[in-house]
Design a protein around this ligand. Sequence first.
Ligand code: ZN
Length: 276
Amino acid sequence: MPNSSVGSRWVWRPWLFGLCGISCLVTPVATAEMPLRIARCLLDSYPGALCEMTATDLVWCDGTRTPLRQGSGAKNHAEQLEHGDLLDQMSQKYTPFAKPAPLAVDDEPGRIRHEPFFAKLYGPSRTQVRKTLVPVRWLDGKVLLVQGKFGIAKQLAAVRDELAHLPPALTAAVRNSAGTFVWRTIHGTNRRSAHAYATAIDVGVAQSDFWQWQTPDGNGKLTWRNRIPSEVVDVFERHGFIWGGRWYHFDTMHFEFRPELLHPDCRGSVLHNPLD
Ligand SMILES: [Zn+2]
């Protein structure tokens, strides 16, 4: 049974994409304002779970608090991946609707996750997470278990319906799904995967590219590859999902519900807005 008291209150609002105007084109606001801006993006994205914010904390609706910054904050990228706090999590800007392209080393907005934040949102155990999952039938006919909180399952169903109306040549790669909910860690790490919360879907494995399938070059650098059409990525992004193809450590089959990174006040500049 989904947690409808939370799930029914979240509605993805694509019209927000049109609101930032010039603010999307300028350098981020002064440092003092940054924590508040980031807190607002998180607060807006998870209504019913988060109720208030300060310049230092997010306040959950049950009264508990999560500090935006934990520790000194002086971490390199590997440390941010391992122990990132909420400001680290939001430190790289995700740019939706951009033409898929190679990323700079370690430019991978969304890969830094403050693990306690997601455990609090969706549950700390397999048993707890399972209570809020709902079935969604994918394009290949498979029934997938998807997180019901924040309307995520409804958004994924909307993605499916929009993909069904794209030319078949564009969607052939993603008609097959390779799973949503698996209570597991990220391969090769102790960090919990977004799949453990059923907030991510893998599609089109046969036409996907994954950094771990590649041998780095002589300088240890990865070569970005992608075979997923941008039209497909646009559809997911319009419904609150980020794409693993926009990560230096690319994972082009992977789409993950992260509306805080797509919030007009926290995302990167949108050069091509398909809603215009
Ligand atoms: Zn995945």
